[in-house]
Write a protein that binds this ligand. Structure first.
Ligand code: MG
Ligand code: MG
Length: 255
């Protein structure tokens, strides 16, 4: 695969395989979304995801990745990312972030959504709307000729304008034949960021994580679950996006 400044450039055939991989991720997230309700344990969502991976003949991307023990990341309320599915049943008002990835014909798909369980607070709704909104502001900038950090800036500005905190510890990433490729894509413009011009054939996982309070992260004793230091609510939305001649193509979009 062609490389440009350390970034793999995918050809149309490879983008096609990534479109298939991400369509499967999106279908699985659709099915999980249908199932999310009070009284459902997140381990039941894990079971559904595993069954669907068998049905679609794909390999779960996260299970075993650097030792992560599950197919899904299920992060509840103050948990931001990398939470474990558990026997705890969802209750009315919970905010659940689900991250899902697959490996399909040598290429990865990666997408995340935050779901409200039953009736959620207006603040929780606002956090989810702003996080999703910031993702789409970022995606709009994912066009050839733009700078990578125009994506970061669009996410950052939208989050700040809507009084949400950006979790800086975790970033988006290039994706392809590996789950995490260059470049890193922060959800803010880092100090001294060098220009990196986006080219057709680059594929990025864009994934803002926002909170209603602290931007600081605590890793729980399970060594994976990341939560906000002040236990404020967090949300996470992610799409895998290809840079095409015509502009951004969301490969993980829902039908
Ligand atoms: Mg993900
Ligand atoms: Mg990702």
């Amino acid at each position: 695969m062609k490389k440009l400044r350390g970034i793999f450039i995918k050809n149309d055939y490879e983008i096609g395989l990534m479109r298939e991989a991400n369509a499967i991720v999106s279908m699985i997230l659709d099915r999980i979304e249908e199932k999310v309700a009070p009284g459902v344990a997140t381990l039941e969502l894990e079971e559904l995801a595993n069954d669907l991976c068998v049905e679609y003949k794909v390999k779960p991307a996260f299970n075993g990745y650097q030792g992560f023990p599950y197919t899904l990341c299920c992060s509840l309320n103050e948990e931001i990312v990398h939470g474990f599915p558990s026997t705890r049943e969802l209750v009315d008002g919970d905010v659940l972030s689900v991250d899902m990835g697959v490996l399909h014909k040598g290429f990865y798909g990666d997408s995340a959504r935050t779901f409200g369980v039953g009736a959620i607070s207006s603040e929780a709704r606002r956090l989810m709307d702003v996080t999703r909104g910031s993702l789409y502001r970022g995606i709009e900038m994912a066009a050839p000729g733009n700078d990578l950090y125009e994506i970061s800036a669009a996410i950052e500005q939208y989050a700040r304008a809507n009084q949400c905190s950006i979790i800086k510890r975790f970033v988006g990433h290039g994706i392809g034949a590996s789950l995490h490729e260059k470049p890193e894509l922060p959800n803010f413009v880092p100090r001294g960021a060098k220009r990196l011009v986006l080219k057709k054939g680059m594929v990025l996982a864009i994934e803002p994580m926002l909170s209603l309070g602290s931007d600081q992260v605590v890793i729980m004793p399970d060594r994976w679950t990341a939560k906000t230091r002040d236990n404020s609510l967090a949300a996470h939305f992610e799409h895998t996006v290809a840079i095409t001649r015509e502009g951004p193509e969301i490969l993980s979009k829902s039908n």
